[in-house]
Write a protein of this length. Structure first.
Ligand code: 1QQ
Length: 420
């Protein structure tokens, strides 16, 4: 069960940890715990091994995630997952460095982050956080022949962007309908549904379509479909228009801050029925936004902290230790899994080379191409369960869940409780 996240994170612990190297030239943390003994003391400067390759230094995975802007609460979860993955796979070789860049929550910042990481010679990219950004920046990586793993891009059409684009985040079509089914199971008397979605966000638009189809399939056509914007803070007009129709279920697709404020305002204005939210609110970082009004929210999950596999147990233990006893949220598990997929494929590629050869010695375009090809063929035992990919880069994942947010009396902390 999740709890409030109060403890120091891996980031805070970094300073005291020998072996981590910080690159201050980038706006965000760059760290490597993994330098092979012979490389100790060398900074994992991706730029030195860029373009044509041929270097013998550690390979660098570039992550471009939302550390600022309205998706930053999601990026914070992702950063922890990436750093824990880097530490976890350090011992397994080959030597890997991780460069994390702030992709913001908009397309322009994400484009800069992608361009800078590609130019620095990263072997693969993890990111960006939002589908809205992915549609803008993934084509850039695809054209450059750099494999991209989407850690949290759930809109329809992401893998189809190009042959170098894959994702570990299951699409809305698979995940979102589960929360509608859970709402109806909890409250079989539901008869009147309403829908809200952020019209200027690709994930929200894509997910809302799926939600509406799921409602229609259950003979609950929405009484109203309200359009919002990710930058909205006041939803009074849409809420008033909705509540006069007397819904008993409201289904929301939005990002954390707009979605969190919408939930709070719906309750403040008197909505007492069932609330379903989509992936955009799938983080304990929503607690300070919707506060006690987050209580009861239903959100489908592509991750269970309770999965009893060795890799998930190790991940949960590392997360819990780093985060003062907290339980990992989905976005951290997905980011960990994205890193794992790349790290394990690189390890297998290294093992396939003749003795004495080093992956880092391959020309970078060739290495990226081989990595992309091998990555899509692999089978990975991740905290999300077993993952594989279709030839197009769509994730194949077996199990999904639905959680209900349970807030503590303080109205600031709570947990995501999985429904049976
Ligand atoms: C997407 C999403 C976001 C809500 C997660 C960060 O699912 O943009 O595709």
């Amino acid at each position: 069960m999740g709890t409030a996240r109060t403890g120091p994170g891996p980031v805070a612990a970094l300073g005291s940890r020998p072996g981590w190297i910080l690159r201050r030239s980038l706006p965000t943390l760059v760290a490597s715990a993994l330098l092979a003994p012979s490389l100790s003391g060398c900074s994992p400067r991706a730029g030195q091994q860029g373009g044509g390759g041929g270097g013998q230094g550690p390979l660098t995975i570039g992550a471009a995630i939302a550390l600022t802007g309205n998706a930053s609460v999601i990026g914070q979860d992702q950063r922890i997952g990436l750093e824990l993955a880097q530490a976890h796979f350090a011992a397994q070789g080959p030597a890997l460095a991780l460069t994390i860049e702030d992709a913001g929550s908009d397309e322009a910042t994400a484009t800069n982050a992608f361009r800078s990481l590609i130019g620095a010679g990263v072997v693969a990219l993890i990111g960006p956080s939002l589908s809205q950004q992915a549609f803008a920046v993934d084509p850039v990586a695809d054209r450059a022949g750099v494999p991209v793993i989407g850690p949290s891009n759930t809109a329809r059409g992401i893998p189809e962007i190009g042959p170098f684009v894959a994702r570990v985040s299951a699409p809305v079509a698979q995940v979102a309908p589960l929360s509608i089914a859970a709402a109806l199971k909890l409250n079989p008397k539901i008869q009147r549904a309403a829908v809200f979605y952020a019209q200027d966000d690709a994930y929200s638009t894509s997910e809302s379509k799926i939600f509406q189809e799921a409602l229609n399939a259950r003979k609950l056509p929405p009484l109203t479909v309200q359009k919002t914007s990710v930058s909205d803070t006041d939803f009074q007009n849409q809420i008033t228009d909705t509540l006069r129709r007397n819904p008993d279920l409201i289904v929301i697709s939005a990002l954390p801050s707009d979605g969190g404020n919408l939930v709070r305002q719906l309750r403040e204005l008197g909505f007492k029925g069932t609330l379903v939210a989509g992936n955009g609110m799938n983080s304990p970082n929503i607690y300070p936004i919707c506060q006690r009004y987050c209580d009861g929210l239903l959100i489908a999950q592509a991750y269970s902290p309770e999965a009893a596999t060795p890799i998930n147990r190790a991940f949960v233990a590392a997360y819990t230790k780093a985060r003062g006893g907290a339980v990992p949220p989905q976005f951290s598990a997905q980011a960990f899994s994205a890193y794992q997929v790349v790290a394990e494929t690189l390890r297998n590629l290294q093992a396939s080379l003749p003795p004495g050869s080093n992956l880092a010695g391959l020309p970078r375009p060739e290495l990226r191409r081989r990595l992309n090809e091998a990555l899509l063929k692999g089978v990975y035992q991740t905290p999300l369960g077993e993952l594989r990919f279709t030839g197009e880069g769509e994730v194949i994942q077996k199990q999904f869940y639905v959680a209900q947010v349970r807030m503590n009396a303080d109205g600031r902390s709570g947990r995501f409780q999985l429904l049976p």
